[in-house]
Design a protein around this ligand. Structure first.
Ligand code: ZN
Length: 435
């Protein structure tokens, strides 16, 4: 990796830039409990102030102080009334008249059984806009960090770049992945356990939003075999993932879409670095490598049942800390990307139908073009139930099983996966009896 984020100059400039000017960290470690509490209150006031520079310094202050890490988590939560009033004004500015049923669905944004299709029935092509807005409002990111107007422009353009003619890899899949990432990050105390700050969280959510941007319904194998222009551009290497992230940044860099315009140069580079690393980790070709890397890392630090996650953080080694935080954030995105079997059966069935419509369409094209037919894409030979059993046993269950060491709160997903697996096994066995 040649990333300039590992340059010592970068880390020095970043830490110099965002440490509290009065060096509160040194002060706090030497002071009494009463004095610490006064300083804590002062930092909270600054954190809630309208001064972006001060707020970022304060977020870093909390990030670097194990005593107060919990505060960052609390700062990510808005109170319920505020959420509702903001949501209402946001909805009224659009063309959706009936707010009540939309509110009812959005209230469940942090639930394991959130149904993106239900929201789509009400707001259609604005679904990504509503879900993104809800999550960013709850994170309180519009206060200081994100330009709200440009955020809305950006989301609209990204949403429009997802093609509904592509039946699976469209904006609804982006919504599903974003919502699942939100559940994992917000329920999993990742801010606290991994000493993450607002910038890291925003980068993770933006990665989910953009991770399949402009997908055309054909996988990497097809692009490579068909020698498409994007395969040539990205040298057959994580073709789509490179394409999604590069195209997303073209959208982001337009002045009217630059939601990150308030960030300092180094912060902007950090968001970009995280987004590139997260989205590249969604390439299924690297699944085994990333999962075994994570397993080894969790073993090294004895991370189990959500304990010891903070051992992966090294206050004196920014590069190592970045790498470990990135592994977990990237794996959150990858886990969310393969999370269809973790959704209640009625939702799971819809995703499976859609993904196989897309796969079989690709298989038909491959046959017409005389290309090798990709795995699971041949409608004549692929057994959907059997493929789901294999996908769950060899990809989904091991991924969730490993991630539960970091985020035990997702055990509910694990239970749903096992129940869905049972259903596919029953269906497959019935099919076999009839043959
Ligand atoms: Zn995806």
């Amino acid at each position: 990796m040649s990333e300039d984020i590992y340059e010592p100059e970068f880390h020095n400039s970043l830490s110099m830039e965002i440490l509290p000017s009065d060096n509160a960290f040194d002060w706090i470690t030497q002071s009494s409990k009463v004095q610490q509490s006064i300083e804590l209150e002062r930092q909270i006031v600054i954190a809630n102030s309208s001064n972006q520079e001060k707020k970022l310094k304060t977020m870093s202050f909390f990030k670097n102080n194990p005593l107060f890490l919990k505060m960052t988590d609390e700062m990510l939560l808005l109170n319920k009334e505020e959420i509702n009033s903001r949501r209402k004004s946001s909805l009224e500015s659009g063309d959706c008249q009936d707010i009540v049923p939309i509110n009812k669905i959005l209230d469940k944004i942090q639930s394991f059984d959130f149904n993106v299709f239900e929201l789509n029935d009400l707001v259609e092509k604005r679904t990504l806009e509503f879900i993104s807005n809800e999550i960013f409002e709850r994170g309180n990111f519009f206060e200081e960090m994100i330009d709200e107007k440009k955020f809305k422009n950006f989301i609209r353009e990204i949403s429009n770049g997802y093609d509904r003619a592509v039946v699976y890899h469209n904006d609804l899949h982006a919504c599903d992945v974003l919502q699942t990432c939100y559940v994992m990050i917000s329920k999993g105390n990742l801010v606290e356990n991994l000493s993450l700050n607002e910038i890291d969280i925003v980068a993770a959510y933006l990665s989910a939003i953009c991770h399949d941007y402009k997908h055309n319904g054909f996988n990497n194998m097809f692009h490579v075999n068909d020698k498409t222009s994007i395969a040539i551009t990205y040298n057959d290497s994580s073709v789509l993932e490179n394409f999604h992230v590069a195209e997303s940044f073209k959208v982001l860099l337009k002045p009217e879409n630059n939601l990150l315009c308030k960030l300092q140069k180094e912060e902007w580079r950090l968001v970009r670095r995280r987004m590139i690393d997260c989205i590249l980790m969604t390439d299924m070709a690297n699944h085994a490598k990333h999962l075994s890397g994570l397993k080894a890392k969790l073993e090294t630090f004895d991370v189990k049942g959500g304990n010891n996650v903070n051992k992966m953080i090294f206050p004196d080694n920014a590069a190592k800390t970045y790498e470990n935080q990135q592994l977990i954030l990237g794996m959150c995105l990858h886990t969310a990307d393969v999370s269809n079997p973790a959704k209640p059966l009625n939702i799971n069935i819809k995703w499976v139908d859609l993904v196989f419509l897309e796969f079989f369409n690709q298989g038909d094209c491959e046959k017409k073009k005389g290309l090798p037919v990709s795995l699971l894409c041949d409608r004549e030979t692929t057994n959907v139930n059997k493929s789901q059993i294999g996908f769950i046993n060899f990809v989904v269950l091991p991924t969730f099983d490993t991630m539960m060491n970091v985020i035990p709160q997702i055990s509910q997903y694990y239970e749903i996966i096992k129940s869905n697996l049972k259903r596919y096994e029953e269906l497959y066995n019935e099919q076999q009896k009839k043959i």
